[in-house]
Design a protein around this ligand. Sequence first.
Ligand code: COA
Length: 389
Amino acid sequence: MSISIGIHDLSFATAEFVLPHTELAAHNGTEIGKYHIGIGQESMSIPGADEDIVTMAAAAAAPVVARHGSDRIRTVVFATESSIDQAKAAGIYVHSLLGLPSATRIVELKQACYGATAALQFAIGLVRRDPAQQVLVIASDVSKYELDSPGEATQGAAAVAMLVGADPALVRIEDPSGLFTADVMDFWRPNYRNEALVDGHESINAYLQAVEGTWKDYTEQGGRTLEEFAAFCYHQPFTKMAYKAHRHLLNYCGQDTDNDAVSAAIGRTTAYNTVIGNSYTASVYLALAALLDQADDLTGKAIGFLSYGSGSVAEFFAGTVTAGYRDNLRTDANRAAIARRTPVDLAGYRDLHERSFPTDGGDHATERHTSGPFRLAGISGHKRLYQAR
Ligand code: COA
């Protein structure tokens, strides 16, 4: 008999500051409709000087560890494409900040925005081997494009922490998966750059090709039919992309693409990403959080997930919402994580955007910005120094 494995708990954190798109539009003369309707974004999370992927990840994971303890967590998989070190896994800092047991394996995964889905699948494999174990999957990213570039309006920052285990309290993840890989240069970040390089329109086309490719494979592997799904969580580099992707899938399957059908499948998944911005690896799981947190009862319903990472790798898979899931949501905390952000003006945002640590190996303290539970206190001898409050 196959055991039920999936997402047992899900928590997220985002950054200290928020920049409304009205500020950006006033600065660059863009008609606000392009942001609010054209790409479907209203504001973006901006990390303070003392925040990064580690502080957000620890803030996301701490409530999970507080609720479930760490006795069964023997693996932490940290997915990111805004890594802070070429060798050391960011998850080790999180392990330290959260006081996890030394008998833990930790690794960092990278494949653009797809990495967290690889982490989830690897976690399921580990739990299948030993159902007594749980895996902490973390997706944490700061999305950064050059100032005054087309990608600037799609920036954002967030971390999602998911506890993966047997008999999950939220979503059971199903077999099979539909897989797709293509060697394309739609988005990349060479090691010497802080900001990503992107061919935005090429990346939209590459994403849509991946939607087709994953669905074709998913169907060939014996997956569900389109009609069986109550909603679809797409990777949302900007929320309009989910609508484009779903229309493309419906077209590919020869189905009607009327607005009501598309909105019914997507509308409930965009609430968090539209105000947080692109959180790369975390985005598809923020879509899940938004879906589960809204009012309709989804018990027993199938959800489709489309995870896309430029470059590119994509995966389509299904999950079923488990009975009693509402007792295990973090809706109030999720909404509070968004509401607690402090608005930053354009000058403040541009100043934060252009900051980077000196590379001289000296002692450099960071300005105190975050009101969150963890902060990056500074850098000394090329070592990042983290603190819990
Ligand atoms: N009111 C309403 N909609 C408007 C508008 C207005 N005043 N002005 C423009 N728009 C619409 C456009 O019609 C377009 O919609 P469509 O794509 O449905 O046709 C949308 O706003 C974006 O306009 P566009 O001219 O294509 O914007 P852009 O050239 O600045 O680039 C991206 C948009 C998304 C390509 C750019 O932000 C980017 O490079 N993002 C980063 C990469 C990315 O997110 N890739 C996604 C796949 S991973």
